[in-house]
Design a protein around this ligand. Structure first.
Ligand code: RB5
Length: 149
């Protein structure tokens, strides 16, 4: 069974500082963070970090994931290649809430060069507090999943 309080967290080199701020922020709320790096600032490859976080979520080792790169876009594209992952990039709190309520997103992506730390933490809170509404939205999410077959 998925540990429902464990969050996979990863980034590329461009987002290490914001990733650490997010880790501190959500750990203070009681979430258990699987921070899979990177820990040092050398240039690295966002597809590897997006895939690593996505695999932790897809396997059930983590309930949700939060991933970051400069724009949030590249790492989101990589994560969405892993079967079972629904990841969206958010730069506002409304979208962060809606990708869970309507799209049952299991990973949030943020652009560390796009949003400041204060807004990023509010985006994270909106994502983590929201719940999937099911109903007509479940039909549509099932249609997304069917595209993986
Ligand atoms: C790294 O320079 C940058 O390309 C990466 O962080 C990200 O923005 C890609 O989508």
């Amino acid at each position: 069974m998925t540990p429902n309080n464990r969050i996979a967290l990863s980034s590329d080199h461009s987002a290490i500082q914001l990733r650490r701020a997010i880790a501190d922020h959500i750990e203070a709320q009681g979430w258990v963070v699987s921070d899979i790096g990177p820990m040092t600032p050398e240039s690295t490859h966002y597809p590897e970090h997006g895939a690593a976080a996505a695999r932790l979520v897809a396997s059930g080792d983590c309930h949700l994931g939060i991933i970051l790169c400069g724009t949030g876009q590249g790492i989101m594209m990589a994560a969405n290649k892993v079967k079972g992952i629904r990841c969206g990039v958010c730069g506002d709190t409304f979208s962060a809430r809606m990708i869970r309520e309507h799209n049952d997103a299991n990973i949030l992506s943020i652009g560390a060069r796009v949003v400041g730390e204060g807004l990023a933490l509010e985006i994270v809170d909106a994502f983590l507090k929201a719940r999937f509404e099911g109903g007509r939205h479940a039909t549509r999410v099932d249609m997304i999943s069917a595209l993986e077959e």
